[in-house]
Design a binder for this molecule. Structure first.
Ligand code: PMP
Length: 382
């Protein structure tokens, strides 16, 4: 891999922190016992796992109220909670609520639950890209058992007002409030204690791929989706990846500790990229709300093809994403941009810049220079 790559795709996955990688190696090589084993190596691994869980809960400020299940990432956490809760509590009600802007690991679970007989309300997005909470208020009734709304949209950075969601859902004590916080954890302020359950992934915050967690309020009972052992409080059978989970706890602790500093850093970078895109309003239209997450900036090309533009940037060592990495192989139209009412053309030619604390102003200067050069070279194709 070229050393001087400008990586502006940190929402797809982040560069791991060196100290987190070293800790991973140390635990994987020296503390390799099975955390369920009843001997000294097992106890040693179980202690590290306990430490990791405590670090996670206390970093998030929910040590007294919530528990954590380690998973392979947000996809698994979302599947586990949503399927398990809907099926277990179906005798309480058949109605579920989510939004049109959710990640496929939430949206597709709800589509599957519809086939199981649930009624699902897909809230529209506002023009700013977050779920319409007026529509949420209108859709709530005693038949609703589950509401799942993401904290930060992974394409646009649109932020959902989770305090408001919590206050709406709280009026219905039998309804659970879940949030996919994959792009929010360690990045923006979140009222964690108000959320009944939330999901996140390690590899978005400087830990390793294949690690993540589902954090849930202590008294919520939900069965595992798989048969197997009693690991992770019976919620997730299988031998636990102690080293990966330990690394996750360190990366989370660090992201939260350095959160404010990082936000200032990335906000400056985003501002610089934004002014450039606004200057070139002949070529670009901004999709992200200006008050969205400072880590993300989505825009659409007005006259060129996004795929050709992204490929051109890549050839010059700049990595950005045209639609979210999870769906880029299937269809090149962003359902999120479409749901914001920005039209099919803008949805088909959107580009996402995702910043990280590793980025510098020089990275943005280089992006701007290469982008200008490309725009001059590419013929108008649309
Ligand atoms: N939710 C959101 C908002 C995401 O951005 C992602 C990753 N693109 C996921 C869920 C899924 O995460 P993972 O692939 O790590 O399971």
């Amino acid at each position: 891999m070229k050393e001087d790559v400008v990586y502006l795709d940190s929402a797809a996955t982040s560069r791991p922190y060196e100290d987190v990688l070293s800790a991973y190696l140390e635990v994987a090589s020296r503390h390799y016992g099975n955390s369920s084993s009843l001997h000294l190596l097992g106890y040693d691994a179980a202690r590290l796992l306990r430490e990791a869980r405590e670090k996670i809960l206390s970093s998030l400020g929910v040590a007294k109220t919530h528990e954590a299940v380690f998973t392979s990432g947000a996809t698994e956490s979302n599947n586990l909670f949503l399927f398990s809760i809907a099926r277990r509590y179906r005798n309480r009600g058949k109605k579920l609520i989510t939004s049109r802007g959710e990640h496929p690991s939430v949206l597709n679970v709800f589509k599957a639950l519809e086939k199981e007989g649930f009624e699902v309300v897909y809230l529209p997005l506002t023009e700013k890209g977050s779920a319409d909470l007026g529509a949420l208020r209108a859709a709530m009734d005693r038949d609703v058992i589950l509401v799942s709304l993401m904290g930060v949209n992974n394409e646009t950075g649109a932020i959902t007002d989770l305090r408001e969601v919590s206050s709406i859902v709280k009026a219905y004590p039998k309804c659970f409030f879940h949030s996919d916080l994959t792009q929010a954890v360690g990045k923006i302020d979140v009222p964690y204690p108000l959320v009944d359950a939330f999901s996140f992934s390690g590899h978005k915050i400087g830990a390793l791929k294949g690690s993540g967690a589902l954090v849930y309020r202590k008294n919520i009972a939900f069965p595992s989706l798989e048969e197997g052992g009693e690991q992770e409080g019976g919620h997730r059978p299988g031998t636990v990846d102690v080293a990966g989970d330990y690394a996750l706890s360190l990366a989370l602790q660090r992201s939260i500790r350095e959160g404010k500093e990082n936000v200032q850093k990335v906000a400056l970078l985003r501002e610089k990229a934004l002014s450039y895109l606004q200057r070139r309003s002949d070529e670009f239209a901004i999709n992200s709300p200006l008050d969205g997450s400072p880590y993300l900036l989505s825009f659409s090309l007005l006259r060129k093809k996004a795929a050709v533009y992204v490929e051109g940037l890549s050839e010059e060592g700049i990595a950005v994403s045209s639609v979210s990495a999870c769906s880029s192989k299937r269809e090149n139209v962003s359902y999120v941009i479409e749901a914001m009412g920005l039209g099919k053309e803008r949805a088909a030619h959107s580009v996402r810049l995702a910043f990280s604390p590793f980025n510098t102003e020089k990275d943005i200067d280089r992006f701007i220079a290469v982008s200008d050069e490309l725009l001059g070279r590419l013929v108008n194709q649309r």
